[in-house]
Ligand binder design. Structure first.
Ligand SMILES: Cc1cc2nc3c(=O)[nH]c(=O)nc-3n(C[C@H](O)[C@H](O)[C@H](O)COP(=O)(O)OP(=O)(O)OC[C@H]3O[C@@H](n4cnc5c(N)ncnc54)[C@H](O)[C@@H]3O)c2cc1C
Length: 399
């Protein structure tokens, strides 16, 4: 296992660091308070080639490997995990098309993302089907002319208010069916100038091909306030047969595939946050003096800093191992993806909470970034499969 970075990877890291240093960090607390949608940064990231990492070179995408993708996402998350979540969501929605779509489907559904800074949504979770995806009731039913009609409601969907395309997991034939399909619903193309900020409004999309999509009011969240999250309802949406990706009965298998790719990306989000929490806490405790010494020199406080550093380093190793396993296509890559997701989420929560503690009362105010990081950290242990689900995956394989 080679732990050195290639020239390309060093270039990616340098590029994202510049974006974070110049565009995100100087204004992050202000932007987060304003709670607007960070279109300007996402558009800039797109211009710099840091979004749509999974799109194949055959249609002028970057086809970035898993390890480099994790590095990019981690560095972006060091700036803000909400922005990173929105940016990464395009790959979450599009990787299934990259891997299982036909050449025509890739051309039709992926090329628009190469040409314009558009956003996509990945629609899996439903009100009654969170960790237990199989309980979903959204479904497609066949029509006499060979087309299909999609009905159902999804919740907690990232980018929904601004999305130009939706990748949807649904049952086939009836809500209680055993098989799932993965379908793509392109909508009107939306860039920053078309829809700068929806605020707390709903959005309705009438599809020229038939049916409509209703996007709910954006969720008012504890953290990651710079990512957009809303419900999505599909009402009598007509689909042509080529909007179904791959074998229409293999949807569940495709989700597992997507999640094995996505979990290291969420791990990378957690690692970026953990590193940021460690760095801001280190800086604060080097400045602040109590009992005649810098806080970082007080033995018990230093123990906490060491514990934070250890969590970060171990989390990073777990992420690299998962990426290495996925890149080699190892059979057991999935459990290492789950291990990385849990280890990085734990590092994020630990570093944000302990970091806040080391800031004392100041850490509890909105003036210090550590309070935002503590709010943001919770979701990393929840989305893309809660901690217990990762343990279930690992437990199933190792015993
Ligand atoms: C900001 C945000 C962005 C999101 N983005 C997306 C998105 O883009 N697309 C999408 O499809 N979804 C998205 N989600 C949904 C997210 O993936 C789900 O919230 C998550 O999978 C958990 O589902 P749930 O909320 O229904 O919790 P539940 O499944 O109801 O679980 C609640 C709790 O029950 C416990 N639990 C659950 N299962 C088990 C088990 N097997 N064993 C033991 N305990 C268990 C855990 O403690 C868990 O935290 C997003 C959510 C948020 C908040």
């Amino acid at each position: 296992m080679d732990l050195s970075f290639s020239e390309n990877q060093l270039l990616y890291v340098d590029t994202v660091r510049r974006l974070v240093k110049n565009e995100i960090s100087p204004r992050i607390l202000e932007m987060e308070k304003e709670h607007g949608f960070p279109w300007a940064i996402i558009t800039k990231a797109w211009e710099m080639g840091l979004v749509n990492l999974c799109i194949p070179e055959s249609i002028k995408g970057f086809d970035v490997d898993v390890f480099s993708s994790a590095l990019i996402i981690q560095e972006l998350s060091y700036g803000d995990t909400g922005i990173a979540t929105s940016a990464m969501c395009n790959d979450l929605a599009n990787v299934v098309i990259s891997r299982h779509g036909t050449d025509r489907q890739k051309e039709r559904f992926l090329r628009p993302f190469v040409e314009k800074p558009l956003l996509a949504s990945f629609c899996l979770t439903e009100p009654g089907a969170g960790s237990d995806n199989f309980m979903m009731t959204s479904f497609i039913a066949p029509r006499d002319d060979g087309s299909w009609v999609l009905n159902g409601s999804k919740c907690f969907i990232t980018n929904a208010s601004y999305a130009s395309q939706f990748t949807v997991l649904c049952k086939i034939g009836k809500p209680s069916a055993s098989f799932m399909a993965c379908v793509v619903v392109p909508a009107e193309s939306v860039i920053a100038a078309d829809l700068p900020d929806v605020g707390y409004s709903t959005r309705e999309i009438q599809l020229s091909t038939g049916g409509r999509i209703l996007i709910g009011k954006p969720e008012d969240k504890l953290g990651q306030r710079l990512s957009n999250t809303a419900s999505v309802t599909f009402e009598d949406v007509i689909l042509a047969p080529d909007q179904i990706i791959g074998n229409r009965r293999f949807g569940f298998k495709y989700i597992m595939d997507v999640l094995d790719f996505a979990r290291p990306m969420v791990a990378a989000i957690g690692l970026g946050l953990a590193k940021r929490a460690l760095d801001v806490t280190m800086a604060y405790t080097r400045e602040r003096k109590q009992f005649g010494q810098r806080i970082c020199d007080l033995p018990v406080a230093r123990d906490t800093l060491v514990a934070m550093w250890k969590k970060v380093e171990l989390a990073e190793l777990s992420l690299w191992k998962a990426c290495w396993k996925i890149q080699k296509n190892d059979k057991d890559a999935g459990i290492f993806a789950s291990l990385a997701k849990n280890t990085c989420a734990e590092a994020a929560l630990f570093c944000a909470n302990e970091g806040l503690h080391l800031h004392g009362g100041y850490g509890f105010t909105a003036d210090y970034e550590i309070s935002k990081l503590a709010r943001d950290a919770h979701i990393i242990d929840i989305y893309e499969g809660v901690r217990e689900v990762q343990n279930m995956i690992i437990g199933r394989e190792i015993v």
